[in-house]
Design a protein around this ligand. Structure first.
Ligand code: PLP
Length: 450
């Protein structure tokens, strides 16, 4: 048996793969990725792929950034682990905090670290609850999320996620978590409704939900600036302005989930900058370290921090934190990642190449299989349809997105099929020529399913 066949057999025998059809996996086995170079990865047969999804929307600097490797090695040699419990600290975590706050929305001033986006959002939920207990509003605990929103998979963040597959059979969502509309005009507009009227209807629906539940019971609203895993939904003009007015009116905290949008993806440093959002709490992960090591952060306003800190006399220690919060190697790599963003002016690079990305993306709208193409910065999606006029989606049994994804992979590019859509989220370092390579393969893959 070749070593490749052995690896494949051992994988099928031993692993539970996340977000995988476990039945299919038994028959087909894994695609084993062996190495990376720039924005390309190579499988164990030596086939090269342009990573059009940055892995899981995350490897912003591609797969071979030497500076990140060196930052990890240097920190490994100096201090491979220390924690932040009981007032202990470590220099990379301290320096990373200063750097993150330097670039983050101005009203955020304290940082709690963890390992994943799910944990960061889980912590956000717990902080909302702790805060409202601290200010004497123990009933103000419900959190409103959105259908199609993606916030992770832990019990709380999986409940915030507004996708059926994350709830079905997992007994989620937990109570206290509610869902309001997804701001997709394509999917949600009523017949003849203008985009403006659609947006206003959603804002009214949010207000109605708050009034129905009782504003005194609603503690926070959570949103991604651009929904990612829900199918790349870019909010319509005026949506967040209206949402933020409603939140202010009823004294509801705003949690912004920047796990995908953070660090240049939408053409500004944060989605908050692109859409003029004022978060009370913000979660980041993924591109925080270009995903070379796991690290996430929940950032909070001084006002929230002060109220939580005031509880020290009553509760003693603030009893939240994980073993790897502020892990020094992860923090050192994240710090180096942000330095690269700043020194290489990654935001300016995205602004330079994104118009070409968006031009190629929007050109696909005329393809017979495409109902809509949508995107901003270096993120985008095409929505597949059987009939452009009625926007009728393909039946799930056709697995249209899987077929397109597989065709495009044959042409050396990895994209992601999400329900009836194909998502694109390439590394931020992509060049104009590589953008053409990505779209040329996507077009070929689409034509082949006609
Ligand atoms: N929030 C958003 C917007 C995400 O896209 C994701 C993951 O894709 C998460 C949270 C969860 O992050 P993780 O998979 O690191 O737990």
């Amino acid at each position: 048996m070749s070593s490749e066949t052995l690896s494949s057999t051992t994988d099928v025998k031993n692993l539970v793969h996340p977000y995988t059809n476990l039945g299919d996996h038994l028959n087909k086995g894994p695609m084993i990725i062996d190495r990376g170079e720039g924005i390309y990865i190579y499988d164990n047969h030596g086939k090269r792929y342009l990573e059009g999804m940055s892995g899981l929307w995350c490897t912003s600097l591609g797969f071979s950034e030497e500076r990140l490797v060196n930052a990890a090695i240097a920190q490994f040699k100096k201090l491979p682990y220390y924690h932040l419990f009981n007032s202990r600290s470590n220099t990379p975590a301290i320096e990373l905090s200063a750097k993150l706050l330097e670039i983050a929305p101005k009203n955020l001033s304290k940082i709690l670290y963890a390992n994943s986006g799910s944990e960061a959002n889980d912590a956000a939920v717990k902080l909302v609850w702790f805060y409202h207990n601290a200010i004497g509003k123990p009933e103000k605990k419900k959190i409103i999320s959105r259908l199609r929103g993606y916030h992770g998979v832990t019990v709380a963040s999986g409940s915030l996620t507004g996708l059926p597959a994350n709830h079905l059979h997992f007994d989620l969502p937990i109570d206290r978590i509610l869902h309001t509309d997804c701001p997709s005009y394509y999917h949600g507009a009523e017949s003849g409704e203008s985009e403006e009227a659609f947006t206003q209807r959603l804002i009214n629906n949010l207000e109605q939900l708050i009034l129905k539940e009782g504003p005194e019971t609603v503690g926070a609203f959570i949103a991604e600036p651009v929904m990612g895993a829900g199918g790349v939904i870019v909010p319509p003009e005026g949506y967040f302005e209206g949402v933020q007015k409603v939140l202010k009116k009823y004294d509801i905290l705003f949690i912004v989930d920047e796990v995908i949008c953070g660090f240049g993806r939408t053409g500004m440093m944060f989605g908050c900058d692109t859409f003029n959002l004022q978060p009370d709490i913000m979660s980041v992960a993924k591109a925080l370290s270009s995903s070379y090591l796991p690290i996430s952060a929940t950032m909070i306003s001084q006002a929230i921090y002060d109220k939580i800190a005031e509880q020290s006399d009553e509760v003693g220690v603030f009893a939240h934190g994980v073993t790897y919060s502020g892990h020094p190697i992860c923090a050192a790599v994240a710090l180096e990642t942000i330095k690269i963003y700043q020194e290489d002016n990654i935001v300016a690079h995205v602004q330079e190449v994104a118009p070409h990305f968006q031009k190629r993306l929007h050109a696909l709208a005329s393809h017979p299989l495409v109902g809509e193409s949508r995107g901003i910065g270096l993120i985008g999606a095409i929505e597949l349809t059987q009939d452009k006029a009625s926007k009728k989606p393909f039946d799930s049994s056709v697995k249209i997105e899987k077929r397109v994804q597989e065709n495009v992979a044959k042409h050396g590019v990895l994209v992601r099929g999400i329900r009836n859509a194909i998502a694109l989220c390439p590394p931020l370092i992509i060049t104009i020529e590589q953008i053409d390579e990505l779209f040329d393969s996507l077009e070929k893959g689409l034509d082949e399913v006609l």
